[in-house]
Design a protein around this ligand. Structure first.
Ligand SMILES: Nc1nc2c(c(=O)[nH]1)N[C@H]1C(S)=C(S)[C@@H](COP(=O)(O)OP(=O)(O)OC[C@H]3O[C@@H](n4cnc5c(=O)[nH]c(N)nc54)[C@H](O)[C@@H]3O)O[C@H]1N2
Ligand SMILES: Nc1nc2c(c(=O)[nH]1)N[C@H]1C(S)=C(S)[C@@H](COP(=O)(O)OP(=O)(O)OC[C@H]3O[C@@H](n4cnc5c(=O)[nH]c(N)nc54)[C@H](O)[C@@H]3O)O[C@H]1N2
Ligand code: SF4
Ligand SMILES: [Mo]
Length: 701
């Protein structure tokens, strides 16, 4: 029996797993003992990674839609030529920006980098990722406040903290192995701030139910209380921060009573929270999508950073303002995709960085992308406006996951060319494409993943694949060759080559990985960045900012803040309830293409879209458990959900898991001003019991 260690490519923890292989097939999957992230444990998704492993085994050949609308298989080389030909036709006629790609935080770093090289450096097209839907807010907040997109914590801080404050994060469901570590910290106080009583809130010592999107008011008020009571670390602020006086003046207007009215948390509750922050010796604040997905999200994330820094809760054990990422390689996508910044970070208009990256890649300046990508929403708008004519979707399923997803359906109809590269040909996006490029899943390929605590770990094939079966890397490479990139691809032949190029690009940057050896990463405990050439591994759970230095040229932390913006879509008498969305169960992953194969979960999971509703609201609307509800959104769309009545839901709010395509029918096209991340979690809706049949409903639309 062989044992192969690899990385789980579902959530941002990127646990390591040992696959036992017998006769070329997976006989058992077990958590890697001693791996610092998951310490011998794993969740059902990781332990079921063997199931999606057989995707595309029966027909590994590309499929191209013919004139009659049916798909026909094509040999790979022909498909590369055909795809490249059609891309070239668009680019030659209308320019590089008439083509775009949407990628992901679920592919390996090397695949992402190669895509950035082919589509951004060579084609001069725009490439954005589903990370825009997820951690764009945190990335922008970090850059503006810290000077670089560098979350400083290590997951061990969950065990070392005496006061853990979770804001808009539900790790019981979304990051189970992080939850294990919170749970294992016996001395801590657990504080949860959430818009509903989530599975995590149910375990909290202190739960503050906040009105949707009122977090910024709460955080500015807390900052004011901490400052007024002199519960801040003045020495730290004086030596390591800039713009504190301006911030102090800004928050001085935030009083308890008005904050209580805005947030729905009592004045005593807000005071209690401030006292908890003051009393803690090692306070850590953690946030996820309840913060990132909003119309003023970047400022909210920064308000969390401001509180941590102001109270000296940064760079020390058990502290920090810590953004948890979502997908396994979200961090890799943020730093090494050549989309919003150069490979290894740095702006496209920074001549020194351009030079360094050109040297690392052996390129002339003109061969490097000249500016950051336009964001996801602008890509979709560009398609709808007829300016973008071709789209390559890789490892993401936007027909389901994009906000106000009917706009993506319209975009698919408008496109001249839709290429989808996925492990399944039957997703809501791939089943509507013109060219389907089938690839093997994570357990059959190699590369590197960077998890939420900056840890690089090795993805390694645990089983073999058929001769026709291709990896994402090979497919992107094949298209690059067919496009005519010639010697621009010479240095990029294998994932190992791409990793070595990224090492060079990262030299001297905060995310320097030049000391990491691709081969030695396999079977290791992973290595957090930075890890420079010549560095020795002293401690395998490291944090940043312990020296009080940040990445702005001044070396200081910057207090960033602004006035509270009006909610662009307030509830109205016609749409009086807020529609909140997020993760459902541990065994459900996003658009449920992969997790539908988890047997246990498949049996247990709810097959139809459902919505959680408060009992009082249900009774007011004459709704009983299991009734079908029509939820109509302020965006003009309606969808039908099954009612699940629960006391955990606030009176005027519904919650729907994002795992059903119906949910994003109702979400709006509203984005944060700086990160352009969609505001997925607070849509005004109205609700009624369905009295029509489904057929009537479909006809009515
Ligand atoms: N099982 C499972 N795990 C996953 C995923 C999955 O699909 N399934 N996806 C992964 C990915 S990519 C991500 S990004 C993460 C997401 O992980 P989380 O962000 O933890 O999950 P969500 O359920 O999206 O949102 C968290 C909470 O935000 C709350 N919230 C909504 N609005 C507000 C608000 O205005 N203020 C506050 N304070 N809270 C609010 C919601 O009620 C919800 O409980 O999970 C990762 N892990
Ligand atoms: N309403 C609402 N909507 C949301 C959210 C929310 O909280 N609420 N959350 C948002 C967030 S945080 C995220 S991250 C997005 C996620 O949204 P998506 O990225 O669209 O969701 P997935 O289902 O993970 O899509 C991944 C696709 O890649 C395929 N795949 C898996 N492995 C591989 C591989 O190795 N190679 C290739 N080429 N394909 C592969 C899968 O079959 C699947 O089709 O959804 C966003 N949408
Ligand atoms: S906690 Fe996340 S990384 Fe770990 S096994 Fe589960 S899905 Fe995979
Ligand atoms: Mo995400």
């Amino acid at each position: 029996m062989d044992r192969v260690q690899t990385t789980c490519n579902y959530c941002a923890l990127a646990c390591n797993l040992d696959f036992e292989i017998e006769g070329g097939v997976i006989a058992n999957i077990a958590p890697t003992p001693g791996y610092p992230v998951n310490k011998g444990k794993a969740c059902i998704k990781g332990l079921s990674l063997g199931k999606p492993a057989i995707a595309n085994e029966i027909n590994p050949l590309p499929r191209v839609r013919g004139e009659n609308g049916d798909f026909g298989s094509m040999p790979w080389n022909e498909a590369f030529e055909h795809t490249a030909e059609r891309i070239k036709r668009i680019v030659e006629q209308h320019g590089g920006e008439a083509f775009a790609a949407i990628s992901t935080g679920q592919m390996a770093l090397e695949e992402m980098a190669l895509l950035g090289h082919v589509a951004r450096n060579y084609l001069k097209s725009n490439v954005d990722g589903n990370t825009r839907l997820c951690t764009a807010t945190a990335a922008v907040a970090h850059k503006q406040s810290l000077g670089f997109d560098a979350p400083g914590y290590t997951l061990k801080d969950l065990e070392l903290s005496d006061t853990i404050i979770l804001i808009g994060a539900n790790p019981v469901v979304a990051h189970p192995m992080a939850w294990e570590r919170i749970n294992g910290n016996k001395g801590k106080k657990l504080v949860v701030i959430d818009a509903r009583k989530s599975e995590t809130a149910a375990h909290a010592d202190y739960f503050y139910e906040i009105k949707p999107k009122a977090d910024l008011t709460l955080l500015y008020t807390l900052a004011n209380i901490l400052i007024q009571n002199d519960w801040i670390d003045r020495g730290y602020v004086g030596s390591h921060c800039e713009d504190f006086e301006e911030f102090k003046a800004h928050v001085s207007a935030f009083g308890l009573d008005s904050a209580s009215a805005v947030t729905g948390i009592s004045a005593e509750g807000i005071m209690e929270l401030a006292e908890l922050i003051h009393a803690g010796k090692r306070v850590s604040l953690w946030w996820t999508m309840g913060v990132n997905q909003g119309y003023q999200a970047v400022r909210t994330a920064q308000a969390i950073l401001n509180i941590a820094v102001m109270t000296g809760n940064i760079g020390r054990e058990g502290t920090g303002a810590n953004s948890i990422t979502g997908q396994s390689n979200a961090m890799g996508a943020r730093l090494f995709s050549n989309t919003t910044g150069l490979f290894g970070g740095g702006d496209f208009d920074n001549p020194n960085r351009r030079n360094a990256v050109c040297r690392a890649l052996g390129l002339e300046d003109g061969q490097l992308a000249s500016k950051p990508t336009i964001p996801y929403n602008a890509i979709i708008e560009g398609i709808l406006a007829g300016e973008i004519k071709g789209l390559w979707v890789i490892c993401t399923n936007p027909a389901h996951s994009w906000a106000n997803n009917d706009t993506f359906r319209q975009a698919m109809e408008k496109l001249e060319l839709l290429i989808v590269q996925d492990i399944y040909g039957d997703t809501d996006t791939s089943s509507n494409c013109g060219i389907y490029l089938p690839v093997v899943p994570g357990v059959k390929k190699e590369g590197t993943i960077i998890n939420t605590e900056r840890r690089l770990s090795a993805l390694r094939p645990v089983v073999g694949r058929g001769t026709e079966a291709k990896t994402d890397y090979e497919v992107i490479y094949g298209i690059g060759q067919a496009l005519g990139m010639g010697d621009m691809l010479d240095k990029w032949k294998t994932p190992r080559d791409a990793f070595n190029l990224m090492k060079k690009c990262s030299e001297g940057m905060p995310c320097d990985i030049s000391g990491i050896d691709y081969d030695r990463l396999a079977n290791s405990s992973g290595i957090q960045w930075p890890f420079r050439e010549g560095d020795e591994l002293q401690d395998d759970e490291r944090r940043l900012y312990s020296d009080g230095r940040f990445y702005h040229s001044s070396g200081k932390f910057k207090f960033v803040f602004e006035d509270i913006a009006a909610n662009p879509i307030e509830a109205t008498p016609e749409f009086p309830y807020m529609f909140n969305t997020g993760r459902g169960f541990v065994g459900q992953w996003h658009t449920q293409t992969r997790t539908r194969e988890i047997g246990l979960d498949e049996d247990a999971r709810i097959k139809e879209a459902y919505v959680l509703i408060n009992p009082q609201l249900a009774s007011k609307l004459g709704i009983e458990e299991g009734n079908m509800l029509e939820v109509s959104s302020i965006n003009g769309k309606s969808a039908v959900f099954k009612a699940q009545i629960t006391e955990n839901q606030p009176l005027e709010q519904l919650f729907a898991p994002m795992h059903y395509i119906e949910t994003n029918r109702l979400t709006p096209s509203i984005y944060d001003a700086y990160s352009k991340e969609p505001s997925y979690k607070s849509t005004p809706v109205c609700v009624s019991r369905v009295t029509l049949t489904f057929i009537d409903l479909e006809e009515r639309e």
